[in-house]
Design a protein around this ligand. Structure first.
Ligand code: IMP
Length: 422
Protein backbone atom coordinates (compact mmCIF):
# COMPACT_ATOMS: atom_id res chain seq x y z
CA UNK A 1 0.00 0.00 0.00
CA UNK A 2 1.30 3.46 -0.89
CA UNK A 3 -0.13 6.43 1.02
CA UNK A 4 -1.33 9.33 -1.10
CA UNK A 5 -1.04 7.19 -4.25
CA UNK A 6 -3.10 4.94 -6.47
CA UNK A 7 -1.79 1.37 -6.56
CA UNK A 8 -2.96 -0.71 -9.50
CA UNK A 9 -3.89 -4.36 -9.18
CA UNK A 10 -4.11 -5.81 -12.67
CA UNK A 11 -4.68 -9.17 -14.27
CA UNK A 12 -1.90 -9.15 -16.84
CA UNK A 13 -2.87 -11.97 -19.16
CA UNK A 14 -6.38 -12.88 -20.38
CA UNK A 15 -8.33 -12.14 -17.19
CA UNK A 16 -9.47 -14.75 -14.68
CA UNK A 17 -6.11 -14.68 -12.92
CA UNK A 18 -7.85 -15.02 -9.56
CA UNK A 19 -8.06 -11.28 -8.85
CA UNK A 20 -10.94 -11.87 -6.43
CA UNK A 21 -8.69 -13.58 -3.91
CA UNK A 22 -5.88 -11.03 -4.26
CA UNK A 23 -8.25 -8.11 -3.97
CA UNK A 24 -9.69 -9.66 -0.82
CA UNK A 25 -6.14 -9.90 0.53
CA UNK A 26 -5.23 -6.32 -0.50
CA UNK A 27 -8.36 -4.27 0.20
CA UNK A 28 -8.05 -4.14 4.01
CA UNK A 29 -4.92 -1.98 3.55
CA UNK A 30 -6.63 0.68 1.41
CA UNK A 31 -8.99 3.57 2.13
CA UNK A 32 -10.58 3.65 -1.31
CA UNK A 33 -11.18 0.90 -3.88
CA UNK A 34 -11.95 2.01 -7.44
CA UNK A 35 -12.88 0.27 -10.68
CA UNK A 36 -11.50 2.06 -13.71
CA UNK A 37 -12.49 0.00 -16.79
CA UNK A 38 -14.95 -2.56 -18.04
CA UNK A 39 -18.37 -3.44 -16.72
CA UNK A 40 -20.47 -6.51 -16.03
CA UNK A 41 -18.24 -8.59 -18.30
CA UNK A 42 -16.06 -8.97 -15.19
CA UNK A 43 -16.81 -11.49 -12.46
CA UNK A 44 -14.72 -11.25 -9.32
CA UNK A 45 -15.52 -14.14 -7.02
CA UNK A 46 -15.11 -13.04 -3.42
CA UNK A 47 -15.63 -15.23 -0.39
CA UNK A 48 -16.41 -12.97 2.54
CA UNK A 49 -17.29 -14.22 6.02
CA UNK A 50 -18.04 -17.64 4.57
CA UNK A 51 -20.40 -16.33 1.89
CA UNK A 52 -19.60 -16.34 -1.80
CA UNK A 53 -20.32 -13.25 -3.92
CA UNK A 54 -19.60 -12.62 -7.59
CA UNK A 55 -18.96 -8.90 -8.05
CA UNK A 56 -19.31 -7.59 -11.59
CA UNK A 57 -19.44 -3.79 -11.48
CA UNK A 58 -19.14 -3.10 -7.76
CA UNK A 59 -15.62 -2.75 -6.30
CA UNK A 60 -14.43 -5.33 -3.81
CA UNK A 61 -14.06 -2.89 -0.93
CA UNK A 62 -17.85 -2.92 -0.55
CA UNK A 63 -17.82 -5.40 2.34
CA UNK A 64 -15.99 -3.01 4.63
CA UNK A 65 -18.08 -0.14 5.96
CA UNK A 66 -15.03 2.10 6.39
CA UNK A 67 -14.08 2.10 2.73
CA UNK A 68 -15.17 4.29 -0.11
CA UNK A 69 -15.83 2.40 -3.36
CA UNK A 70 -15.79 4.14 -6.69
CA UNK A 71 -17.03 3.12 -10.12
CA UNK A 72 -14.81 5.36 -12.22
CA UNK A 73 -15.41 7.25 -15.46
CA UNK A 74 -13.67 4.56 -17.54
CA UNK A 75 -16.33 1.99 -16.63
CA UNK A 76 -19.59 1.13 -18.32
CA UNK A 77 -22.59 0.21 -16.21
CA UNK A 78 -25.83 -1.68 -16.91
CA UNK A 79 -28.44 -0.30 -14.47
CA UNK A 80 -30.49 -3.51 -14.33
CA UNK A 81 -27.50 -5.78 -13.67
CA UNK A 82 -26.07 -3.25 -11.23
CA UNK A 83 -29.36 -3.25 -9.30
CA UNK A 84 -29.40 -7.05 -9.19
CA UNK A 85 -25.82 -7.21 -7.98
CA UNK A 86 -26.50 -4.52 -5.36
CA UNK A 87 -29.70 -6.22 -4.17
CA UNK A 88 -27.78 -9.43 -3.51
CA UNK A 89 -25.37 -7.54 -1.31
CA UNK A 90 -28.19 -5.68 0.42
CA UNK A 91 -29.98 -8.97 1.08
CA UNK A 92 -26.81 -10.15 2.81
CA UNK A 93 -26.94 -7.08 5.07
CA UNK A 94 -24.47 -4.70 3.41
CA UNK A 95 -25.48 -1.04 3.19
CA UNK A 96 -24.28 0.31 -0.12
CA UNK A 97 -25.55 3.79 -0.77
CA UNK A 98 -23.08 5.67 1.43
CA UNK A 99 -20.06 3.60 0.48
CA UNK A 100 -20.46 3.41 -3.27
CA UNK A 101 -19.94 6.45 -5.48
CA UNK A 102 -20.50 6.33 -9.21
CA UNK A 103 -18.83 8.58 -11.75
CA UNK A 104 -21.25 10.76 -13.68
CA UNK A 105 -18.92 10.27 -16.64
CA UNK A 106 -19.23 6.46 -16.73
CA UNK A 107 -21.28 5.28 -19.71
CA UNK A 108 -24.60 3.45 -19.56
CA UNK A 109 -25.14 0.07 -21.21
CA UNK A 110 -28.61 0.11 -22.78
CA UNK A 111 -30.64 -3.06 -23.38
CA UNK A 112 -30.20 -2.40 -27.10
CA UNK A 113 -26.40 -2.39 -26.64
CA UNK A 114 -26.68 -6.01 -25.53
CA UNK A 115 -28.79 -6.87 -28.56
CA UNK A 116 -26.25 -5.13 -30.80
CA UNK A 117 -23.49 -7.16 -29.13
CA UNK A 118 -25.32 -10.35 -30.13
CA UNK A 119 -26.12 -9.08 -33.62
CA UNK A 120 -22.50 -8.06 -34.33
CA UNK A 121 -21.23 -11.40 -33.03
CA UNK A 122 -23.73 -13.32 -35.18
CA UNK A 123 -22.72 -11.27 -38.23
CA UNK A 124 -19.05 -12.13 -37.65
CA UNK A 125 -19.82 -15.86 -37.92
CA UNK A 126 -16.67 -17.91 -37.37
CA UNK A 127 -14.70 -14.75 -36.61
CA UNK A 128 -16.88 -13.93 -33.60
CA UNK A 129 -14.96 -12.56 -30.61
CA UNK A 130 -16.84 -14.75 -28.15
CA UNK A 131 -17.92 -11.75 -26.09
CA UNK A 132 -19.71 -12.04 -22.78
CA UNK A 133 -22.83 -10.61 -24.48
CA UNK A 134 -23.10 -7.79 -21.95
CA UNK A 135 -23.07 -4.99 -24.55
CA UNK A 136 -19.54 -3.86 -23.72
CA UNK A 137 -18.28 -3.30 -27.28
CA UNK A 138 -21.34 -1.38 -28.55
CA UNK A 139 -21.35 0.83 -25.45
CA UNK A 140 -17.69 1.82 -25.80
CA UNK A 141 -18.31 2.28 -29.56
CA UNK A 142 -21.04 4.82 -28.78
CA UNK A 143 -18.73 6.50 -26.29
CA UNK A 144 -16.05 6.91 -28.97
CA UNK A 145 -18.69 7.99 -31.51
CA UNK A 146 -19.77 10.66 -29.01
CA UNK A 147 -23.40 9.55 -28.93
CA UNK A 148 -23.35 7.50 -25.71
CA UNK A 149 -25.40 8.12 -22.57
CA UNK A 150 -23.53 8.80 -19.37
CA UNK A 151 -24.59 8.21 -15.78
CA UNK A 152 -24.93 11.99 -15.38
CA UNK A 153 -27.58 11.94 -18.10
CA UNK A 154 -30.06 10.28 -15.77
CA UNK A 155 -30.19 13.51 -13.76
CA UNK A 156 -32.04 15.51 -16.42
CA UNK A 157 -34.40 14.90 -19.33
CA UNK A 158 -33.36 11.27 -19.36
CA UNK A 159 -36.23 9.54 -21.18
CA UNK A 160 -35.91 11.73 -24.28
CA UNK A 161 -32.17 11.02 -24.51
CA UNK A 162 -32.78 7.32 -23.95
CA UNK A 163 -35.50 7.06 -26.61
CA UNK A 164 -33.27 8.84 -29.12
CA UNK A 165 -30.34 6.45 -28.68
CA UNK A 166 -32.64 3.42 -28.53
CA UNK A 167 -34.27 4.45 -31.83
CA UNK A 168 -30.85 4.72 -33.41
CA UNK A 169 -29.95 1.21 -32.20
CA UNK A 170 -33.27 -0.23 -33.43
CA UNK A 171 -32.61 1.25 -36.84
CA UNK A 172 -29.18 -0.45 -37.00
CA UNK A 173 -30.76 -3.76 -35.96
CA UNK A 174 -33.47 -3.40 -38.62
CA UNK A 175 -30.79 -2.66 -41.23
CA UNK A 176 -28.98 -5.82 -40.13
CA UNK A 177 -32.27 -7.80 -40.32
CA UNK A 178 -31.69 -8.88 -36.74
CA UNK A 179 -35.04 -9.44 -35.06
CA UNK A 180 -34.22 -11.97 -32.37
CA UNK A 181 -34.98 -9.80 -29.31
CA UNK A 182 -37.71 -8.45 -27.06
CA UNK A 183 -36.69 -5.05 -25.76
CA UNK A 184 -39.92 -4.38 -23.87
CA UNK A 185 -39.21 -7.26 -21.49
CA UNK A 186 -35.70 -6.08 -20.62
CA UNK A 187 -36.47 -2.39 -20.69
CA UNK A 188 -38.80 -2.44 -17.71
CA UNK A 189 -36.17 -3.81 -15.37
CA UNK A 190 -33.52 -1.59 -16.92
CA UNK A 191 -35.57 1.54 -16.19
CA UNK A 192 -36.13 0.33 -12.63
CA UNK A 193 -32.35 0.04 -12.44
CA UNK A 194 -32.00 3.65 -13.56
CA UNK A 195 -34.39 4.71 -10.79
CA UNK A 196 -32.42 2.64 -8.30
CA UNK A 197 -29.16 4.29 -9.34
CA UNK A 198 -30.55 7.68 -8.33
CA UNK A 199 -30.22 6.58 -4.69
CA UNK A 200 -26.44 6.59 -5.03
CA UNK A 201 -23.96 9.41 -4.93
CA UNK A 202 -23.40 10.21 -8.60
CA UNK A 203 -20.28 12.31 -8.44
CA UNK A 204 -17.30 13.73 -10.24
CA UNK A 205 -15.16 10.92 -8.94
CA UNK A 206 -11.86 12.20 -10.35
CA UNK A 207 -12.12 15.31 -8.16
CA UNK A 208 -13.14 13.14 -5.24
CA UNK A 209 -10.16 10.81 -5.70
CA UNK A 210 -7.74 13.74 -5.78
CA UNK A 211 -9.23 15.05 -2.54
CA UNK A 212 -8.54 11.65 -0.93
CA UNK A 213 -5.00 11.58 -2.28
CA UNK A 214 -4.36 15.09 -0.95
CA UNK A 215 -5.39 13.81 2.50
CA UNK A 216 -2.74 11.08 2.18
CA UNK A 217 -5.29 8.32 1.69
CA UNK A 218 -4.48 5.21 -0.30
CA UNK A 219 -6.44 4.15 -3.37
CA UNK A 220 -6.54 0.69 -4.91
CA UNK A 221 -7.39 0.60 -8.62
CA UNK A 222 -9.03 -2.80 -9.07
CA UNK A 223 -8.44 -4.10 -12.57
CA UNK A 224 -10.89 -6.10 -14.62
CA UNK A 225 -10.36 -8.39 -17.60
CA UNK A 226 -6.65 -8.70 -18.44
CA UNK A 227 -3.86 -6.87 -20.24
CA UNK A 228 -4.07 -9.04 -23.36
CA UNK A 229 -7.75 -8.09 -23.67
CA UNK A 230 -6.84 -4.38 -23.73
CA UNK A 231 -8.31 -2.53 -26.72
CA UNK A 232 -4.86 -1.19 -27.73
CA UNK A 233 -2.40 -3.78 -26.48
CA UNK A 234 -4.37 -7.01 -26.54
CA UNK A 235 -4.73 -9.63 -29.26
CA UNK A 236 -6.92 -7.35 -31.41
CA UNK A 237 -9.63 -7.88 -32.59
CA UNK A 238 -10.12 -10.63 -29.98
CA UNK A 239 -10.16 -8.18 -27.10
CA UNK A 240 -12.54 -6.31 -24.87
CA UNK A 241 -13.26 -2.65 -25.66
CA UNK A 242 -11.67 -0.82 -22.74
CA UNK A 243 -8.19 0.08 -21.53
CA UNK A 244 -7.44 -2.66 -19.06
CA UNK A 245 -3.78 -1.76 -18.53
CA UNK A 246 -2.14 0.72 -16.13
CA UNK A 247 -2.66 3.50 -18.68
CA UNK A 248 -6.37 2.81 -18.26
CA UNK A 249 -6.05 3.52 -14.54
CA UNK A 250 -4.99 7.09 -15.41
CA UNK A 251 -7.74 7.76 -17.95
CA UNK A 252 -10.37 5.66 -16.20
CA UNK A 253 -10.01 7.45 -12.87
CA UNK A 254 -8.63 10.82 -13.94
CA UNK A 255 -5.22 10.58 -12.26
CA UNK A 256 -1.82 11.41 -13.72
CA UNK A 257 1.04 8.89 -13.99
CA UNK A 258 2.79 10.60 -11.08
CA UNK A 259 -0.05 9.54 -8.82
CA UNK A 260 0.46 5.85 -9.53
CA UNK A 261 2.37 3.99 -6.80
CA UNK A 262 2.91 0.23 -7.20
CA UNK A 263 1.66 -1.70 -10.22
CA UNK A 264 0.88 -5.28 -9.17
CA UNK A 265 0.66 -7.76 -12.03
CA UNK A 266 -1.36 -10.90 -11.32
CA UNK A 267 -0.82 -14.08 -13.32
CA UNK A 268 -1.40 -17.79 -12.88
CA UNK A 269 1.30 -20.49 -12.79
CA UNK A 270 -0.26 -21.65 -16.09
CA UNK A 271 -2.39 -19.96 -18.77
CA UNK A 272 -6.11 -19.73 -19.54
CA UNK A 273 -8.29 -17.84 -21.95
CA UNK A 274 -12.07 -17.59 -22.52
CA UNK A 275 -13.59 -16.57 -25.82
CA UNK A 276 -11.94 -16.72 -29.22
CA UNK A 277 -8.59 -15.49 -30.42
CA UNK A 278 -4.99 -16.60 -30.69
CA UNK A 279 -3.61 -18.58 -27.79
CA UNK A 280 -0.31 -20.20 -28.80
CA UNK A 281 0.06 -22.19 -25.56
CA UNK A 282 -3.38 -23.78 -25.79
CA UNK A 283 -3.35 -27.53 -25.06
CA UNK A 284 -5.92 -29.74 -26.74
CA UNK A 285 -4.74 -32.90 -25.00
CA UNK A 286 -5.18 -34.56 -21.63
CA UNK A 287 -2.81 -32.12 -19.97
CA UNK A 288 -5.12 -29.26 -20.96
CA UNK A 289 -8.08 -31.19 -19.52
CA UNK A 290 -6.10 -31.85 -16.32
CA UNK A 291 -5.31 -28.16 -15.88
CA UNK A 292 -8.99 -27.28 -16.41
CA UNK A 293 -10.19 -29.94 -13.99
CA UNK A 294 -7.67 -29.26 -11.21
CA UNK A 295 -7.86 -25.47 -11.65
CA UNK A 296 -11.70 -25.39 -11.96
CA UNK A 297 -11.32 -23.33 -15.11
CA UNK A 298 -14.91 -22.50 -15.96
CA UNK A 299 -15.91 -18.85 -16.58
CA UNK A 300 -17.43 -16.86 -13.66
CA UNK A 301 -19.70 -14.82 -15.98
CA UNK A 302 -20.49 -17.16 -18.85
CA UNK A 303 -19.79 -20.60 -17.35
CA UNK A 304 -17.85 -21.49 -20.50
CA UNK A 305 -14.89 -23.88 -20.34
CA UNK A 306 -11.66 -21.90 -20.21
CA UNK A 307 -8.97 -22.83 -22.70
CA UNK A 308 -5.86 -24.00 -20.82
CA UNK A 309 -2.12 -24.20 -21.42
CA UNK A 310 1.34 -23.82 -19.89
CA UNK A 311 2.67 -20.48 -18.71
CA UNK A 312 3.61 -18.05 -21.49
CA UNK A 313 6.69 -15.90 -20.89
CA UNK A 314 6.31 -14.05 -24.21
CA UNK A 315 2.90 -12.79 -23.07
CA UNK A 316 4.06 -12.07 -19.52
CA UNK A 317 7.17 -10.10 -20.58
CA UNK A 318 5.01 -8.01 -22.91
CA UNK A 319 2.40 -7.38 -20.22
CA UNK A 320 5.05 -6.39 -17.66
CA UNK A 321 6.51 -3.97 -20.21
CA UNK A 322 3.29 -2.21 -21.24
CA UNK A 323 2.01 -1.90 -17.67
CA UNK A 324 5.25 -1.00 -15.92
CA UNK A 325 4.60 -3.83 -13.46
CA UNK A 326 6.63 -3.33 -10.26
CA UNK A 327 5.58 -6.49 -8.40
CA UNK A 328 4.24 -9.83 -9.53
CA UNK A 329 1.60 -11.97 -7.86
CA UNK A 330 1.50 -15.65 -8.86
CA UNK A 331 -1.80 -17.46 -8.37
CA UNK A 332 -2.85 -21.12 -8.33
CA UNK A 333 0.66 -22.57 -8.06
CA UNK A 334 -0.80 -25.67 -6.40
CA UNK A 335 -2.66 -26.59 -9.62
CA UNK A 336 0.71 -27.79 -10.97
CA UNK A 337 1.48 -29.97 -7.91
CA UNK A 338 1.03 -33.34 -9.62
CA UNK A 339 2.80 -32.72 -12.93
CA UNK A 340 6.18 -34.49 -13.23
CA UNK A 341 7.37 -31.96 -15.82
CA UNK A 342 6.41 -28.28 -16.03
CA UNK A 343 6.61 -26.65 -19.43
CA UNK A 344 7.25 -22.96 -19.94
CA UNK A 345 6.71 -21.17 -23.25
CA UNK A 346 9.80 -19.06 -23.93
CA UNK A 347 9.23 -18.07 -27.58
CA UNK A 348 6.78 -18.27 -30.48
CA UNK A 349 7.61 -19.83 -33.83
CA UNK A 350 6.04 -19.42 -37.27
CA UNK A 351 7.45 -20.49 -40.68
CA UNK A 352 10.81 -21.32 -39.08
CA UNK A 353 11.10 -17.86 -37.46
CA UNK A 354 11.25 -17.53 -33.69
CA UNK A 355 10.39 -14.47 -31.62
CA UNK A 356 10.46 -13.65 -27.92
CA UNK A 357 8.69 -10.31 -28.45
CA UNK A 358 4.90 -10.27 -28.70
CA UNK A 359 4.10 -10.26 -32.43
CA UNK A 360 1.60 -7.81 -33.95
CA UNK A 361 -0.56 -10.70 -35.07
CA UNK A 362 -0.40 -13.66 -32.69
CA UNK A 363 -2.46 -15.81 -35.08
CA UNK A 364 -0.70 -18.95 -36.37
CA UNK A 365 2.29 -18.91 -33.97
CA UNK A 366 3.34 -22.08 -32.18
CA UNK A 367 4.73 -22.09 -28.65
CA UNK A 368 8.38 -23.08 -28.08
CA UNK A 369 8.88 -24.68 -24.68
CA UNK A 370 11.54 -25.21 -22.05
CA UNK A 371 11.01 -28.01 -19.55
CA UNK A 372 11.54 -27.79 -15.80
CA UNK A 373 11.14 -30.56 -13.24
CA UNK A 374 7.81 -30.62 -11.37
CA UNK A 375 7.82 -30.54 -7.56
CA UNK A 376 5.18 -33.28 -7.15
CA UNK A 377 4.50 -32.16 -3.58
CA UNK A 378 1.27 -30.55 -2.31
CA UNK A 379 1.90 -26.83 -1.77
CA UNK A 380 -1.43 -25.86 -0.22
CA UNK A 381 -0.44 -26.28 3.43
CA UNK A 382 2.82 -24.35 3.05
CA UNK A 383 2.97 -20.95 4.70
CA UNK A 384 6.51 -19.69 4.13
CA UNK A 385 9.16 -19.57 1.45
CA UNK A 386 11.51 -21.74 3.56
CA UNK A 387 9.07 -24.67 3.23
CA UNK A 388 9.09 -24.66 -0.58
CA UNK A 389 10.26 -27.87 -2.27
CA UNK A 390 13.47 -27.20 -4.22
CA UNK A 391 11.87 -27.69 -7.65
CA UNK A 392 9.21 -25.07 -6.81
CA UNK A 393 11.80 -22.60 -5.47
CA UNK A 394 13.76 -23.17 -8.70
CA UNK A 395 10.62 -22.54 -10.78
CA UNK A 396 10.08 -19.19 -9.04
CA UNK A 397 13.75 -18.20 -9.37
CA UNK A 398 13.62 -19.10 -13.07
CA UNK A 399 10.49 -16.98 -13.65
CA UNK A 400 11.94 -14.00 -11.77
CA UNK A 401 15.16 -14.21 -13.78
CA UNK A 402 13.31 -14.40 -17.08
CA UNK A 403 10.73 -11.75 -16.23
CA UNK A 404 13.19 -9.40 -14.49
CA UNK A 405 10.51 -8.60 -11.93
CA UNK A 406 10.12 -9.87 -8.36
CA UNK A 407 7.30 -12.24 -7.47
CA UNK A 408 6.10 -10.76 -4.18
CA UNK A 409 3.05 -12.86 -3.44
CA UNK A 410 2.42 -16.52 -4.16
CA UNK A 411 -0.93 -18.21 -3.78
CA UNK A 412 -0.88 -21.95 -3.06
CA UNK A 413 -4.60 -22.58 -2.52
CA UNK A 414 -8.04 -20.96 -2.50
CA UNK A 415 -8.05 -20.02 1.21
CA UNK A 416 -6.97 -16.61 2.39
CA UNK A 417 -4.23 -18.20 4.54
CA UNK A 418 -2.76 -20.02 1.55
CA UNK A 419 -1.01 -16.82 0.50
CA UNK A 420 2.72 -16.42 0.95
CA UNK A 421 4.49 -13.07 1.08
CA UNK A 422 7.99 -13.26 -0.36
P1 IMP B 1 -16.53 -8.45 -24.02
O1 IMP B 1 -15.68 -7.77 -23.00
O2 IMP B 1 -17.80 -9.02 -23.46
O3 IMP B 1 -16.74 -7.60 -25.23
O4 IMP B 1 -15.70 -9.75 -24.53
C1 IMP B 1 -14.52 -9.63 -25.29
C2 IMP B 1 -13.54 -10.74 -24.94
O5 IMP B 1 -13.02 -10.51 -23.64
C3 IMP B 1 -14.15 -12.14 -24.93
O6 IMP B 1 -13.17 -13.08 -25.35
C4 IMP B 1 -14.47 -12.35 -23.46
O7 IMP B 1 -14.50 -13.73 -23.12
C5 IMP B 1 -13.27 -11.65 -22.80
N1 IMP B 1 -13.55 -11.13 -21.47
C6 IMP B 1 -14.29 -10.05 -21.15
N2 IMP B 1 -14.29 -9.85 -19.82
C7 IMP B 1 -13.54 -10.81 -19.30
C8 IMP B 1 -13.13 -11.12 -17.93
O8 IMP B 1 -13.47 -10.44 -16.96
N3 IMP B 1 -12.32 -12.22 -17.79
C9 IMP B 1 -11.90 -12.94 -18.86
N4 IMP B 1 -12.24 -12.69 -20.12
C10 IMP B 1 -13.05 -11.63 -20.33
Amino acid sequence: MTQGKVDALLGIVFGDEGKGKVVDFFTPQYDVVARFAGGPNAGHTIIFEGKKFVLRSIPSGIFDENKVNIIGNGCVIAPDLFMKEAHELEAAGYVLTERLHISRRAHLILPTHRVLDRAYEAAKGKNAVGTTGKGIGPTYSDKAARIGLRVGDIEEDFMAKYERLKARHLQILADMHFADFDIAAEEQEWLQGVEYMRKFRLSDTETEIHAYLAEGKSVLAEGAQGSLLDIDHGTYPYVSSSSTTSGGVCTGLGVGPGHIGRVYGIFKAYSTRVGSGPFPVELFDETGDELRRIGHEYGAVTGRNRRCGWIDLVALKYAIMINGVTDLVMMKSDVLDTFPVIRVCTAYEKDGVQTTAMPYDTEGWQAVYTELPGWQTPLTELRSEEQFPKAFADYIAYLERELQTPIKIISVGPDREATILM
